[in-house]
Design a protein around this ligand. Sequence first.
Ligand SMILES: [Fe+2]
Length: 201
Amino acid sequence: MDPKLVVVPDALPEKVFTTERVGISRATHEAHLGLYKGYANKTNEIRTALANMEIDPAKANQIYSEMRALKVNYAFAYGGYINHQVYFETLGGEGGPATGDVATLINESYGSFERWLADWKATGMAGRGWVFLGYDHAEQRVHTYIGDAQDTFPAWNHTLLLAMDVYEHAYFLDFQTARMKYIDAYAEVIDWDAVNARLPK
Ligand SMILES: [Fe+2]
């Protein structure tokens, strides 16, 4: 069976590189693209392996088995692919206060944009890998979440609207270990039009 494969990105949207104005460099993004490609390639490798494997439930094992290795690492690979896709899709804008329907949703959940931004930055300092803004279809509200790894998704029934990478590879070249400086810079280059475009219609 032929698996459906994800598109391996060969370049980043040009607008991403406008983050140089706040100190997030082209060199950082170009190195980061290599990692993003890695998640895409491994997603496709695992999809292909799953499509071609001889499936025998008797051989599956929770301690170690081929099925376990493929399924656990699939969530990591595809999670990493989606997280980076959303990170780069929503980067390279004007920053500042949210606009459009996302602004309304943020105000409903957090009272004000300022309170949401404080929450977002604090969540960024508290997380080990990612900060996510998710739209909860059940409650029709937005929430920020910590993602401690590529495969630690916030909750079921959410659409990912915004993803901030806080792994050191996203900022060490430009800010060394000063993560807060990176997060402050990041807030100035969020593309709110792109965030709004991710909202379910
Ligand atoms: Fe990353």
